[in-house]
Unconditional design. Structure first.
Length: 345
């Protein structure tokens, strides 16, 4: 009886959480509270300043794409580094941040004699300006692209303050969810995949539903370091491409994808690696693939039951993003395999 009551309470609490998170206003409030705390952490800013891919690409893009008469807004200014790059090019810059860390950015600006930056400690949704903006620059880009409320905040500023011919930098993004083979030490099998020194856990798969109460929301997912990925099993192709300069609503972003691909490499199919590409223009971009140059962004890995597969095999898988801000509600699953090439004996 007590066991049944406990399971009922767990289900009730999960339903309550889902109900709260279904409210865009509630999700935005939760994110704002988390964001203010996280980006008041000095170490987080030091990581971002040390990310040479990030810094070099932003500086190159700002130097190339912002002109001397532009009015620019830097959303989530942090240390102010992007605002400083913009101030070297533009007529005027607004540097917006709701964290107290903005006081450090202001001190850096004074020390470096920047005169054309207005620092405003405010949530961007409360910010108002008599001047219309030529450019919005931002780096509200989370580890899985959407989780820093980028789309909601950027589109709000775009609708209220950006000139009709204004630009968002960066504006274009590509999202990848790629079949991958892990280096052996980094592979964490599901409990029912284990048989260790004669101890068999495989029978637990029959009791999959009984294990539900012990699974956290991110049970299928793990955060991996770049060294964990041995290789991708397919040529990477984005499942989603969007441009904030053309986007009018978050609802325009599709949430469900079915992808069919031919494997181009053999190996253990351990799951799917998430990464993204950030595009300023055709020549200026970077990505967060674990197989390219290191960035401070992490990679989420969606686990599946490991199976050895061969180049030439065909896989169809589904990606469902129920809530863009909460990756624990994302689901990645294999729909079917087709063996189109058999290994040599």
């Amino acid at each position: 009886m007590m066991d049944l009551l406990r399971k009922s309470i767990v289900k009730l609490l999960k339903s309550l959480k889902d109900l709260l998170l279904s409210s865009p206003k509630f999700r935005a409030l939760v994110y704002d509270m988390h964001n203010k705390e996280e980006f008041g952490n000095l170490y987080e800013h030091e990581k971002m300043l040390a990310d040479h891919v990030r810094i070099n690409t932003y500086q190159k893009a700002i130097r190339k794409l912002i002109g001397p008469e532009d009015v620019v807004l830097d959303l989530g200014t942090g240390t102010g580094i992007l605002a400083f790059f913009a101030a070297q090019q533009a007529e005027k810059v607004y540097a917006i941040d709701h964290s107290d860390f903005i006081h450090i950015a202001r001190k850096v600006a004074e020390h470096n004699n920047f005169k054309n930056i207005d620092f405003v400690q405010s949530n961007s949704r409360d910010f108002k300006s008599d001047l219309k903006l030529d450019v919005i620059i931002h780096e509200q880009i989370g580890d899985y692209l959407f989780n820093e409320n980028m789309i909601h905040n950027i589109l709000d500023l775009k609708k209220r303050l950006l000139k009709p011919n204004g630009r968002i930098l960066p504006g274009k993004f590509e999202l990848f969810v790629e079949p991958a083979c892990l280096e052996e030490p980094f592979n964490i099998p599901f409990i029912w995949e284990n048989r260790l020194y004669g101890v068999d856990f495989q029978f637990l798969k029959k009791y999959y539903e009984d294990l539900d109460e012990f699974k956290p929301a991110d049970y299928q997912q793990e955060w991996i370091e770049a060294a964990a990925i041995k290789h991708f099993l397919c040529e990477p192709v984005p499942i989603l491409t969007f441009d904030l300069n053309a986007l009018n609503s978050e609802q325009e972003i599709p949430r469900e994808f079915e992808i069919s691909k031919t494997l181009t490499a053999s190996g253990t199919f351990d799951g799917f690696c998430l990464f993204f590409k950030v595009i300023f223009d055709e020549e200026t971009h970077f990505d967060t693939s674990p197989l390219t140059t290191y960035t401070h962004w992490g990679n989420c890995f969606f686990r599946i039951e490991s199976r050895h597969r061969f180049a030439g095999d065909f896989v169809t898988y589904k990606v469902i993003m129920k809530d863009l801000l909460d990756i624990t509600n994302w689901m990645v699953s294999v729909k079917r395999f087709e063996e189109r090439r058999y290994p040599q004996a």
